[in-house]
Design a protein. Sequence first.
Length: 219
Amino acid sequence: MTPLILAIGNKNYSSWSMRPWLVLRQAGIPFEEVRIPLYRPESAVELAAWSPSGKVPALHDGDIRVWDSLAICEYLHERFPELQLWPANAAARAVARSVCAEMHAGFDALRRNMSMNIRARYPDMGRTPECLADIERILAIWTDCRARFGSGGHFLFGRFGIADAMYAPVVLRFQTYGVALTGAAKDYADAVLALPALQTWVADAVAETERIAVFERDE
């Protein structure tokens, strides 16, 4: 059987690449990884070979191509239904899809002011009023999901799933920018940081040598 292949960008910076990679790795789905460093003169040509949009991530499953983080996660759910990457309960699944769509489409201020940079530490930077509002909303999502649906485990809907992969880069952003967490939000972030797959991604990010100036606040 032809293995799944996931094309990704730099692990230190590419939050969108991280999301489906984390689903694949944490769920134990075999796949091959193709890493394409971004923001180089040759990047566009390399990306075009893997993704019709010219962006990562992109999943190849034989002749099937999927080139959006959330679409890849949905595809994996359909491809491996036994893994229950979405909650089995219909009400929980509806909320999980909603909070994932909210992350996928929103939180522009957070992305703009607290871009992912795993290696860096920028305490107290990026705190515009709009970014603080995004943070407040994210913490409300985490707290609500844990209270309503999280009794079966340490994650938003109990067991690890797509929703946790969608919010995992935010956990790393909060670490980079020194966002203080308490209560259920801190417990949730700690559980995400303890994931073996996430720890592997972070170790790989720290080992990368590329530096992309637009994401480095001290350049």
